[in-house]
Design a protein around this ligand. Structure first.
Ligand code: GDP
Length: 302
């Protein structure tokens, strides 16, 4: 349906502790890769918005950064600030939990939601991992008692189970209003932004636990020539030792990361991609708010 047919629209935040499946859920709802999914927690640093039209309703998803217990470093303060800000102006919140376990972190997220006035939907994810389905109902009853949820929906983001039910519940909560985004705009982030995310994702996959926490990716050049993209990206690390780790022996690791990122970019942009990748050292940058801003971690979250 075109955006002229839209009569209701609103913003929806997806929240939950790391690893419950927020990115997977967002990607499944949008049917396209816009966020980062890996086995590692805390991979979503940015506020990413996806748009989905459902009949006469446009749902704009805000994928909040993980909510972290640790607040020691500037990076985490930014994440928390961005998370809090993302919740301040939404029309509905989807709280994602893992059907298999409720943890202290879930408890903390629930506490953070106490001040939120928008309706909160509870998405009980990973039900494919619950072998005895009869245990689901009592579990959902227990969870439902924790807050006055607008709805409690069991689902599996990874298997695509019951996602329509969730979206119908979300749609019912959207206020009257015109389309907020053109229909074909899946994300409000540019190709440039996505390029950086894809490099980060490949780094994460290649390095796992070895990836220094303060690593970030900056796109230095992004040129578009028809169906060709020339992209130059810098991987910023904090110390020379980390630079060696990222580059790997004989440059093999960085080469592998570059190849993987290029393939993903070609798929996403539907274009040929020339990617140049460097690793540079910027000492102590993660504690420097100005450096963060220059790399796009803006407090306004825009
Ligand atoms: P996030 O940190 O909350 O964004 O979580 P992710 O989306 O990165 O997912 C964390 C892990 O859970 C990944 O390995 C996903 O593949 C997995 N996962 C997500 N949804 C499901 C699901 O419905 N079922 C199962 N079995 N695994 C899931």
């Amino acid at each position: 349906m075109s955006e002229e047919g839209i009569s209701r629209s609103g913003f929806v935040a997806i929240v939950g502790r790391p690893n419950v499946g927020k990115s997977t859920l967002l990607n499944a709802l949008l049917g396209q890769k816009v966020s980062i999914v890996t086995r590692k927690p805390q991979t979503t640093r940015h506020r990413i918005v996806g748009v989905h039209n459902l009949g006469d309703t446009q749902i704009v998803y805000v994928d909040t950064p993980g909510m972290h217990r640790e607040e020691k470093r500037m990076m985490n303060r930014y994440l928390n600030q961005a998370a809090a800000q993302a919740l301040a102006d939404v029309d509905a919140v989807v709280l994602v939990v893992d059907a298999r376990r409720w943890t202290d972190e879930d408890e903390m997220v629930l506490e953070r939601l106490e001040g939120v006035t928008a309706p909160v939907l509870l998405a009980v994810n990973k039900v494919d991992r619950i072998p005895q389905k009869e245990t689901l109902l009592p579990l959902m009853d227990r969870l439902a008692a924790r807050r006055d949820f607008a709805a409690v929906v069991p689902l599996s983001a990874a298997r695509g189970v019951n996602l329509e039910a969730l979206e119908e519940e979300i749609a019912a909560l959207m206020p009257s209003g015109p389309a907020l985004f053109p229909e074909d705009q899946v994300t409000d982030r540019s190709e440039r932004f996505m390029a950086a995310e894809l490099v980060r994702e490949q780094l994460m996959t290649a390095l796992g636990e070895e990836l220094p926490y303060a690593t970030t990716v900056e796109i230095e050049a992004f040129e578009e020539e028809g169906r060709l993209r020339r992209i130059a990206a810098v991987v910023w690390v904090e110390r020379p030792g980390q630079k060696r780790i990222v580059i790997g022996e004989g440059g093999q690791r960085l080469k592998h990361v570059g190849k993987g990122a290029r393939k993903e970019m070609e798929r996403l942009f539907d274009a040929r991609v020339y990617l140049k990748l460097w690793v540079k050292v910027r000492e102590g940058w993660s504690d420097d708010a100005r450096a963060l801003r220059s790399l796009g971690y803006d407090e306004s979250g825009s």
